[in-house]
Design a protein. Structure first.
Length: 813
C-alpha cells in the first residue's frame, strides 16, 4: 500500500492509544484515517506492559472510560478474530493499616457511587482466594471482581485489525518528521516517506509525544520514567485465574502469567529517563536489568508471596513509560494549535485506558469538543509552567513515588515549590500562612495561630488545621477578612465585536451597560457547563474576565476558539498584570471606605458592579462580587502595587479586626452559601438547569448562544438529575465528595463536593439526585436521605436553598 498524499485525519503512533483512536475514528465515524508508526506497531511502550487492567479512578467520567475499555476488550475478538487475552480475574487491593483501610472503605464507596460492586474482604477471605499469599499483616482487602488482565500487544493488534476492517489505513516504518502550518493550523504532515495533506492530526506518539508536539509548537508535558517488573518461572499452586493483586503498603503489584507471576512496583525513588529528546531508534528496546534498584520491591514481594524466594526469574522488563506531573493522562485539543489532538502520557495505565481513551478521543477529534467531562485529563489543565522540563520531571517523579502511598485528603505536592508567588507571599508567610499550590502558584490555605506549627499534618479524620480554619471562617462571617486571590486567571477581550463574541460564548446576558458584572456559564453544544466565570464590562468595547486559577488555559482556549469567524475581538491573558485581594465580611465596606475617596455605599456601588477606584494612589478595579456570601469586593490591583494596597487595607482594617484568610475557609464559606465549583459540582456533563443555575441563562432573550439549542430541546422534558445540598449532623463524619446519596435506601447519586460548614456546625455535601422518570420538587422533598460515607450509612437532610444566607441571618438578628 502506498502512502496517500491526503487524509482527513492522520494519527501518529501505533501503540495501543493510536490504534484504539484509529479504530474508533473508523468504526464510529467512518472517518478517512491514516495511522503512521515509525517502527512496528506496539514497538514503543505497549509491547512490554504488564497488562493489568483496573477501572476505578476518582473521576466518574474516567472510570466510565476505563469500564468501556473492559467492555471493548471482552468483545473485540468476536469482531476481529484476534484475541485480546482479556481475563476477568478481579483485583485484590490489600490494606495493612488503619489509614489504608479507611482509604479502601472510601474507595469502595466511590466504586459503588459509580455503579461498581467493590467489596471489602477479611484476611481469611483473601487467603482463601489467594492461598500462596501471606496474610498475617492484613487488615483486609478491597475486591473488584470485574477488573482483570489482558495482553497489551494482542489488544493492540486486534484494534489495528479492527481499524483496517473499518477502512483505516495503517503504515509501519513511516516516521513523522515535521509539519507545515498555516494560521496556527497544521496543513501538511511531513514524513520519512512523503507529505500528507490533512485536516486534523492526532498525536499518540507515547513518550515521543512531547517532541512530536514540539514540531508544531505544542507542549505535551510528560516525562519518561524507567519502570521495572519481573516475570517468574511457574509457581506450584498458583491458579491460572488468580486475581491480580495491588499491595500498596508494600508498593508492589502482581499478576499471574503462564503459571508464574509478573511482579512490579512503584518505588519512592524513581529513575527518570531523558529530559532531552527520546531517541527515535527505540523500537522494541529495554534498559538493562537493574536488580539493585529493584531489590526494594523484591524484598517486599517475598514477604507477601514467600514462593518468590525460591522460584526462578524468567525475565526482567525495564522499560520506559511516560508519566505526567499529576498522574493523569493527557487528552484533547492542544491549546496552541486547533487541529492537533493529543492522547499521551498514560502513567502505566495505558492498557487499562486504551480502549476508552481511543473512544472519547475519536469523538473529540470529530466534534471538536469533549464528549463528556474529561477535565482531569484535559491537556488544557496545564500552563506555560509545564514547558519547564526540569519542573515537570521533578513533579512527575514525586507523583510516581506517590502512586501507592495513602491518598490523604487535602494532600499537597512538595516538589518544585515555591514556583510562582504573589507579591504578598513574604507578608503572608510572616503571618504563618500554610500554602498550597495551584498551577504553580503558592496560595495560602490557612494561617497557623500562635503555638501551632505552620504545616499540614495529614490524617484520615479531622486534620490539624481544622480549628484554625474555623476561626478564619467565623472571622469573615462576623468581621472582615482578606483573601489573596492573585492567582485568579484574568483576561481582557476587546474590540468592536467583543460584545458580539461574548453574546455567542456566554449563556448569561453580558450585554449590560459599562460598569456591570455578569456571572455566567459557558456551555458546550450539549448544554453542558464548560466554564463558570465573571465578566465585567469596563468600556463599550472592553470586557474583563475573571476565572479560577486552574482554569487559565482551558477557559482562554475555549473563549479564543469560539470567537466567531471574522469578528474583531482580541483576547489577551492579563493574569500577571493584576494582584487580587478579596475583601469580604460585614465590615468590608467600612474598611474600603477608609482607603478610598470613592463612594462605596450600596446606592453608589451596588452588587454586580465594577468601578475603578483609587487606593494608596493606585487605580484599582473593584468588583462587587462574593464567593462567600458576605458583603465584599474583589480588588484587582496593578501587580506591583499589591503589597502597598494590602498594607493600606490592613492598616485601615485594624480597628475592624481585619485578618488574612485562606482558601480552606473560603471553601467552607462557599459550601454554606451553595456556590457551585466548576470541575466538581458543575462540569461539561451538567446543564445549568440540572445545576439549579437556570436563572443565569438568557433563554428568554432572543440571542443565540452556544448550547442554546440543546437546552431548548431539553426544556420540554423532566430533568433526570438535579443538584441538591445535604447536611449531616454527626461530627465524626468527614465528607470529601463521591459519597453515595441514598433516597429511601436506594442509591440516587453521589456527592460532588463535601466539607464542613463552621457557622452551621455541620458537614455539608452537594451532589446530583438522579431519577430516570424525572426529578421533581416533590421527588426531592419527599424522600428520606442518607449518605454512605466510607461504607457506613449516616442520616442526611436535603437542602434546595442555600443552607446559610447571611443577609437573611442579619435581618433576623
Ligand atoms: C514496565 C511497564 C509496565 C506497564 N504495565 C502496565 C499495566 O500493567 N497496565 C497498563 O494499563 N499499562 C501498563 N504500562 C503502560 C503502558 O505500556 C502504556 O501506558 C501504553 O503502552 C502507552 O501506549 P501509547 O500508545 O501511548 O504509547 P506507545 O506504545 O509508546 O506508542 C507510541 C508509538 O508512537 C510511535 N512514534 C513516536 N514518534 C513517532 C513519529 N515521529 N512518527 C511515527 N510514529 C512515532 C512510537 O514508535 C510508538 O510505537 C506499563 C508500562 C511499562 C513501561
Amino acid at each position: 500500500m502506498t502512502l496517500p498524499s491526503q487524509a482527513a485525519i492522520v494519527v501518529i503512533g501505533g501503540g495501543i492509544i493510536g490504534c484504539s483512536t484509529a479504530y474508533h475514528l473508523a468504526r464510529d465515524h467512518k472517518a478517512d484515517v491514516v495511522l503512521l508508526e515509525q517502527g512496528k506497531l506496539t514497538s514503543g511502550s505497549t509491547w512490554h506492559a504488564a497488562g493489568l487492567v483496573g477501572q476505578l479512578r476518582s473521576s466518574a467520567s474516567i472510570t466510565r472510560v476505563l469500564k468501556y475499555s473492559v467492555d471493548l476488550y471482552k468483545g473485540l475478538e468476536a469482531e476481529t478474530g484476534l484475541a485480546t487475552g482479556w481475563k476477568m480475574t478481579g483485583c485484590l487491593r490489600l490494606a495493612t493499616n488503619a489509614d489504608r483501610w479507611t482509604e479502601h472503605k472510601r474507595l469502595a464507596t466511590t466504586a459503588r457511587s459509580f455503579g461498581m460492586d467493590m467489596q471489602l474482604l477479611s484476611p481469611a477471605e483473601v487467603k482463601a482466594m489467594w492461598p500462596l499469599m501471606e496474610t498475617g499483616d492484613l487488615v483486609g482487602a478491597s475486591w473488584l471482581p470485574t477488573d482483570g488482565q489482558a495482553s497489551p500487544s494482542d489488544i493492540t493488534q486486534s484494534l489495528a485489525k479492527g481499524a483496517r476492517m473499518h477502512g483505516a489505513k495503517l503504515f509501519e516504518d513511516v516516521r513523522v518528521t515535521g509539519f507545515e502550518m498555516k494560521d496556527g493550523r497544521i496543513t501538511v504532515v511531513k514524513t520519512s516517506e512523503g507529505d500528507i495533506t490533512c485536516d486534523k492530526v492526532v498525536n499518540c506518539a507515547g513518550q515521543w509525544a512531547r517532541q512530536v508536539g514540539a514540531l508544531a509548537g505544542i507542549n505535551v508535558p510528560l516525562q519518561p520514567v524507567k519502570h521495572q517488573y519481573i516475570i517468574t518461572e511457574k509457581i506450584d499452586g498458583l491458579a491460572t485465574d488468580a486475581p491480580t493483586i495491588r499491595d500498596p503498603d508494600r508498593r508492589t503489584y502482581f499478576k499471574e502469567e503462564v503459571g508464574g507471576l509478573v511482579m512490579g512496583g512503584y518505588e519512592p525513588n524513581p529513575q527518570a529517563w531523558t529530559t532531552g529528546d527520546v531517541p527515535n531508534d527505540w523500537e522494541f528496546r529495554l534498559f538493562d536489568d537493574d536488580y539493585d534498584h529493584f531489590e526494594q520491591h523484591m524484598m517486599q514481594a517475598i514477604a507477601r508471596v514467600p514462593a518468590l524466594e525460591t522460584v526462578g526469574v524468567k525475565q526482567m522488563i525495564n522499560g520506559p513509560e511516560s508519566f505526567t506531573p499529576d498522574g493523569n493522562f493527557i487528552l484533547g485539543t492542544a491549546p496552541e494549535c486547533a487541529n492537533m489532538f493529543v492522547g499521551a502520557g498514560f502513567n502505566a495505565f495505558g492498557i487499562a485506558s486504551g480502549g476508552g481513551a481511543g473512544w472519547v478521543l475519536a469523538q473529540w477529534v470529530v466534534d471538536g469538543e469533549a464528549p463528556l467531562d474529561l477535565w482531569v485529563v484535559d491537556i488544557r489543565r496545564f500552563s506555560n509552567l509545564h514547558r519547564d522540563r526540569q519542573w515537570v520531571c521533578d513533579r512527575t517523579l514525586e507523583a510516581y513515588g506517590k502512586h501507592y502511598t495513602i491518598g490523604f485528603p487535602h494532600e499537597e505536592y512538595a516538589s518544585g515549590r515555591p514556583r510562582i508567588v504573589s507579591p504578598l507571599y513574604d507578608r503572608l508567610k510572616q503571618q504563618n500562612a500554610v500554602f498550597g499550590s495551584k498551577l504553580g502558584w503558592e496560595r495560602p490555605n490557612w494561617f497557623a495561630p500562635q503555638g501551632i506549627e505552620p504545616r499540614d499534618i495529614y490524617s484520615m479524620g479531622r486534620q490539624n488545621w481544622f480549628a484554625a480554619v474555623g476561626d478564619e471562617h467565623r472571622h469573615v462571617r462576623e468581621k472582615v477578612g482578606i483573601f489573596d486571590q492573585s492567582s485568579f486567571a484574568k483576561y481582557e477581550l476587546s474590540g468592536p465585536d467583543a460584545l458580539k463574541a461574548l453574546d455567542w460564548i456566554c449563556a448569561n446576558d453580558v450585554s449590560k451597560p459599562v460598569g456591570r458584572l455578569t456571572y455566567t456559564q459557558l456551555l458546550n453544544t450539549r448544554g453542558g457547563i464548560e466554564a463558570d466565570l465573571t465578566v465585567a464590562r469596563l468600556a463599550e468595547e472592553t470586557f474583563y474576565i475573571v476565572t479560577g486559577t486552574g482554569f487559565r488555559t482551558h477557559d482562554s482556549s475555549w473563549i479564543g476558539d469560539h470567537i466567531g469567524e471574522g469578528l474583531k475581538a482580541t483576547l489577551v491573558d492579563v493574569t500577571e498584570d493584576f494582584g487580587t485581594l478579596s475583601l469580604m465580611g460585614p465590615r468590608a465596606r467600612d474598611v474600603l471606605a477608609a482607603v478610598t475617596d470613592t463612594d462605596v455605599s450600596n446606592a453608589a456601588f451596588p452588587f454586580g458592579h465594577v468601578r475603578e477606584i483609587a487606593i494608596a494612589g493606585h487605580t484599582i478595579r473593584a468588583l462587587r462580587v462574593t464567593y462567600v456570601g458576605e458583603l465584599g469586593w474583589e480588588l484587582h490591583v496593578p501587580i506591583a502595587a499589591t503589597g502597598e494596597v494590602f498594607d493600606a487595607l490592613m492598616a485601615a482594617g485594624k480597628k475592624h479586626d481585619i485578618r488574612p484568610v485562606g482558601y480552606r475557609a473560603l471553601e467552607s464559606l462557599r459550601l454554606e452559601k451553595g456556590y457551585r465549583a466548576w470541575g466538581s459540582d458543575i462540569t461539561p456533563n451538567d446543564t445549568p438547569q440540572e445545576a439549579g443555575l437556570g436563572w443565569a441563562v438568557k433563554l428568554r432573550k432572543n440571542t443565540d448562544f452556544i448550547g442554546r439549542r440543546a437546552l431548548e430541546t431539553a426544556s420540554g422534558t423532566a430533568l433526570k438529575k438535579r443538584f441538591a445540598g445535604f447536611t449531616v449532623d454527626d461530627p465524626e463524619i468527614v465528607l470529601l465528595g463521591r459519597e453515595t446519596i441514598l433516597r429511601d435506601g436506594e442509591p440516587v447519586g453521589y456527592l460532588t463536593s463535601g466539607g464542613y460548614g463552621y457557622t452551621l456546625g455541620m458537614n455539608i455535601g452537594y451532589g446530583y439526585v438522579r431519577n430516570a422518570d424525572g426529578v421533581s420538587d416533590d421527588f426531592l422533598a419527599s424522600g428520606d436521605y442518607e449518605l454512605v460515607v466510607a461504607m457506613e450509612r449516616t442520616p442526611a437532610k436535603i437542602h434546595l436553598e442555600p443552607m446559610y444566607d447571611p443577609a437573611a441571618e442579619r435581618v433576623k438578628a
